[in-house]
Design a protein around this ligand. Structure first.
Ligand code: G1P
Length: 297
């Protein structure tokens, strides 16, 4: 069955200030997780779900990101001359991965505004939005499930995860009702980054969405919200309360997610993904055990 969703939008215009000075000249999306830029994992996820058409919404200083998904002719020529097939294939991996397109966000007016910038490319079809800070383990196919639920219900779908109540102020938080499917809920309320213990639940939006094109006019009408930014969460709340657009559903994800959005989580993501690797995993595992033993409580 052909997929009703054929385009992925990846907002990548953020300044990455949490990682300064590393992100002074390097886009945060290009920070390596083990030996691959974080953003490549996200593009690989889109391709695995059968959607190789990727639109990046970028800003200034994102040249390194564009270069990463383009050919590197000089480097390829040197590796070809050396007959280094293995490294050559690593260089080619990201070039051949997807059909990549770019649009600039211009004014940094928030996630909702970034998504609105995809309108000309996406047109009148549903599309997926993947946020670069989240890496979803390839053994836990979340995007595929969101696409399935979108197709079944003809509605917007977001990924939700239970988080510790101390973390709710960092996420969009949902109020939900059960459906007949155990991993699917209907969203009845949403609040972006609730402060001061006012979260209505501990169900947080993680950075995966499948959206209907009806979101665009809603985003256009959405006023700046939390942080003075146009919030995707606010537009989704408007969609959730409008039955004519099919409402908004959540898929509760219980799989493995690695957050690369702040420094501590970024280090954890590197370690978690590195111990799984065949090449460096065994060595790292035994070193971690030895190292942990040297740490005092
Ligand atoms: C964004 C969304 C938020 C969501 C989060 C997931 O926030 O606005 O609703 O929970 O992504 O990572 P950001 O982390 O970009 O500030």
């Amino acid at each position: 069955m052909p997929r009703s969703v054929s385009k992925v939008v990846i907002p990548a215009a953020g300044l990455g200030t949490r990682f300064l000075p590393a992100t002074k000249a390097l886009p945060k999306e290009m920070l390596p997780v083990v030996d691959k830029p974080a953003i490549q994992y996200v593009v690989e996820e889109a391709v695995r779900a059968g959607i190789p058409d990727v639109l990046f919404v970028t800003g200034r200083n994102k040249n390194a990101l564009e270069n990463h998904f383009d050919r590197a002719t000089e480097l390829e020529a040197i590796l070809t001359r050396k007959g280094d097939e293995q490294r050559l294939s690593k260089v080619a991996e990201s070039t051949e991965l997807a059909n990549v397109h770019y649009v600039r966000q211009g004014d940094p007016r928030g996630l909702g505004h970034a998504v609105l910038r995809s309108r000309a490319h996406v047109g009148a079809n549903s599309f997926a939005v993947l946020l670069g800070d989240d890496i979803i383990d390839e053994r836990d196919p979340l995007l595929e499930r969101l696409l399935q639920v979108h197709d079944e219900r003809d509605a917007c779908v977001v990924a939700l995860m239970e988080v510790d109540p101390s973390q709710t102020h960092m996420y969009g938080i949902a109020t939900v009702e059960k459906t007949e499917q155990p991993d699917v809920v209907r969203i009845t309320g949403l609040v972006e980054k609730p402060q001061g213990g006012r979260a209505p639940s501990n169900l947080a939006i993680v950075g995966r969405y499948v959206l209907k094109p009806e979101i665009y006019p809603v985003l256009e009408r959405t006023k700046p919200g939390r942080g003075g930014e146009i919030q995707l969460t606010d537009a989704l709340l408007a969609m959730a309360s409008d039955a004519t657009t099919g409402g908004v559903f959540g898929v509760i994800f219980r799989g493995r997610r690695y957050d690369t959005g702040d420094r501590l989580d970024y280090i954890k993501a590197n370690v978690q993904l590195a111990v799984e690797r065949e090449d460096i995993g065994p060595g790292l595992r035994s070193w971690i055990k030895e190292f942990a033993a040297t740490l005092e409580d």
